[in-house]
Structure formats: C-alpha cells, structure tokens
Design a protein around this ligand. Structure first.
Ligand code: SAH
Length: 392
C-alpha cells in the first residue's frame, strides 16, 4: 500500500522518535505518490504510525528533515518553534544590555532545519540552506515580520551546501530595506557589520562570550589575534587594557573592517598591527613575542572525511602558538568543526603541547554562546569548543 507520506523502513524510526531532525535516504521505504523535491510530507513508521512532518529532497543524502514531531499541523509546529526561539532570546538579550546583535534562529538548535536568522540591530539576516526551507520561506518571513517586528530583512543564502540541494545563491532584501553596513553593539562594544560583502551573516556571533572573557584577561598583555576577521577579539582586548594587539587574517576586506571597528571604539591603530597573512606562515616567524594568543580558525573539517587533515592543521597552529607564547602566557584556542569533538580537540592540543615541550594547563573550557543553543536531541548542533591554556 502506498501511503500519502514518507514511510520509514522497519526499525529505522528510532532517530525520529528521539526527535532527531534528519532522515537519511537509507531509512526510507517509500516516498509518496507524486512526490516533489522540497515538498512537506507526513512521516510514518513502517507500521503506519504518524511520526510527524518533514520536508524532503531526493537529491540530498539527508532525504528529509523533520519540522514537527507527532501528529498535528506542521505549520503550527513551525510557528511554535519560531515563537520559542524568539522567547529564548528575549530572556537572554533584554533591551539596554549593550548587545543588539545575536542569533534568533539557530537551525536544528531551535527545531528549524535549514534556517538561520541573525538580528543586527533592527535588521534581520536570513540564511536558507535547503530546498524544503526555501519553499517555507514566505511563511517564515511573514511570521518573523509579525512576531519580531524588524525594520528590514536581508537574505544572505550563499552557502556551498545549497548546491547539493539544487539551489542557486541568493542575496538581497526580502522585506524593507536598510543600509548594507549596520552598526551594532556587543557587550557595549561597537562593530560595523557589512551584510552584503562578508562571511557568515556578517559577524561571528557565536564567540560573543569568549570575546568578553578575552577582554577581561587582556590587561597589560601583548595580544595576538590570529584569524581575527573584523577584529572582534582585538577590540575587546584593547578596551580591556591590552598593551598592544596584532590582528592577522587572510582577508584584506576583513582587516579593513577591523580598522573601522578600532575607530568606532576610539582605539588607536598606532602600535597595533594588522597583518594580511596566512596564520600558519605568520606563526612560524612572528614579529614579536606575545603573552596572549587567540586562535580562532575557520572550520578545518567541513566533512567527516576531513577530520584527519583538519587535526593536522589544528595541531600545527597550536604547536606554534604554544611554542612561541611567553612564559606565563595564555593561548585561547578554538575549533568550530562539529566533526572534531571536544575530546578529539583536547587530544590534538595535548599533542601540540607535547611537541612544543611546554608545561600547559587548561584553565577553562568553552562553548558556543547561548543564542546558538545545542538541541539535546540533535547533537550535530554542537560545534564550537575552546580551551583557555596557561603556558609556563
Ligand atoms: N575570531 C573572529 C572570527 C574568525 S573566523 C571573530 O571573533 O570575529 C575565521 C577567519 O579566519 C576568517 O576571517 C578567515 O578570513 C580567516 N582565515 C581562514 N584561513 C586563514 C589562514 N590560513 N590564515 C589567516 N586567516 C585565515
């Protein structure tokens, strides 16, 4: 019998019953008659029990992504997830607390696969990763306009993963319009975010807590901000009383914005370096001795098959930083690859420390900021981890 929905194979329903959002093609027994890629369908167990609703795309290895669990209207489930996401941020980011840039929808972390929405002051930036979410976009935008009352909504859907979904990149205003450059505040620091010409949605919001901590540790230290992007850690460190901060990034554009961000915060460029360079090269022959090194590289492992190569990269930069940092210095090291979990990352840092022949202690461990919640039922939402190291 062909049912109206997606039918899972016998005993392949456990993940969905555990509220995991992804259904892999191997778990599917049959697709409904007249199936179209990107459509929203009910999902049934082999025995015919209704498990919820998912949107599906036969081109993807993750053939379907759940948007609602259990019986019930999937649009109500979507709306509920959006409202819950907004309520969480209202709890954590009240008015007048010095921060008006934060993630309001974190994909599966908020039960909304394929959808990221960041708030930059009164502008929202939306990233749609999947065909199924593309087809739900109008509903999402209408709900956001009604419930979050933004001045404007910008779409910045330009992730390589869209190719696998059969989608082109898309960038532009979806609702209202504002400047492409937005000034935001984060813990009282001012930053300029370029919506159109930037990485991610414009700013690495997931490091907000870590930037704050780095600022509180920086007093009197010579700081190296490696992989600085637009100077987030640099601005916090200098404001926190660092003796100097050198910022290193491969992107000249990011460094230009870092300079603008210094100016916005009344910080001098003089005495602080901006290096357009490859961090791997830079660390081999740094121009100064630092006593606080921040290592915040991009995800070296984007796929599971990249893990080994990625670990080599992480080990290299950590070995170089640990070897070079002054005695009594700090290394604040991060990995944002989901596939390199905390345990593995710690092993890599262990190897790096051993090869650098320095005495290293872990003072603190870190995670992504709370506006990037980890869905306990969907562990793939956990990706950022960091160690604050003390090097004798
Ligand atoms: N710490 C930043 C975010 C870093 S994102 C913040 O708080 O905002 C990673 C950055 O690394 C990007 O800006 C990217 O341009 C840069 N990058 C990637 N590979 C690099 C390399 N090999 N050398 C130098 N910079 C690199």
């Amino acid at each position: 019998m062909i049912r109206r929905g997606i039918v899972l194979r016998r005993e392949k329903d456990k993940a969905v019953r555990n509220r995991h959002h992804w259904i892999f093609s191997g778990a599917v027994e049959s697709l409904p008659q007249g199936f179209v890629d990107g459509g929203l369908y009910p999902v049934f167990s082999h025995e015919g029990e209704a498990l919820g609703h998912a949107y599906a795309n036969s081109r993807s290895a993750i053939i379907a992504r759940m948007v609602g669990f259990g019986p019930g209207d999937p649009f109500l489930a979507l709306r509920t997830s959006i409202l819950r996401a907004l309520a969480l941020r209202r709890d954590f980011f009240g008015e007048g607390e010095g921060t008006n840039a934060y993630r309001i929808i974190n994909a599966e972390g908020d039960g909304l696969p394929g959808l990221i929405v960041d708030r930059y002051d009164s502008t929202l930036v939306v990233q749609v990763a999947t065909l199924g979410m593309e087809k739900l976009k109008d509903f999402v935008i209408d709900t956001l306009v009604a419930e979050a009352a933004p001045a404007a909504i910008f779409e910045k859907s330009n992730m390589p993963s869209r190719r696998e979904e059969g989608l082109e990149d898309r960038q532009g205003w979806l609702y209202g319009e504002s400047e492409n450059r937005i000034r935001v505040f984060e813990n009282g620091h001012a930053f300029c975010v370029d919506l159109a010409d930037s990485q991610k949605t414009g700013f690495y919001l997931d490091q907000r807590e870590m930037r704050k901590l780095a600022g509180s540790l920086a007093e009197g230290r010579k700081v190296l901000n490696a992989f600085s992007y637009t100077g987030g850690f640099s601005v916090y460190a200098l404001t926190g009383g660092a003796a100097s901060v050198d910022s290193v990034d491969a992107s000249a554009k990011a460094l230009d914005l870092a300079r603008d961000n210094f100016a916005l915060n009344g910080l001098p460029e003089q005495g602080n370096g901006f290096y357009e360079a490859d961090v791997f090269e830079f660390l081999r022959d740094p121009p100064a001795e630092y006593d606080f090194v921040v290592l915040d590289p991009p995800a070296f492992a984007k796929r599971k098959t990249d893990v080994l190569q990625a670990c080599r990269g992480y080990k290299d930069i950590n070995r170089l930083a640990i070897r070079r940092v002054a005695a009594g210095g700090l290394v604040f090291t991060f990995s944002c690859s989901h596939f390199v979990d905390e345990h593995l990352f710690r092993q890599v840092v262990f190897q790096a420390a051993a090869e650098a022949s320095r005495n290293v202690r872990i003072l603190m461990r870190h995670r992504q900021a709370p506006d990037h919640p980890v869905n306990i039922y969907h562990p793939e939402t956990e990706y950022l981890k960091g160690f604050l190291l003390y090097v004798d």
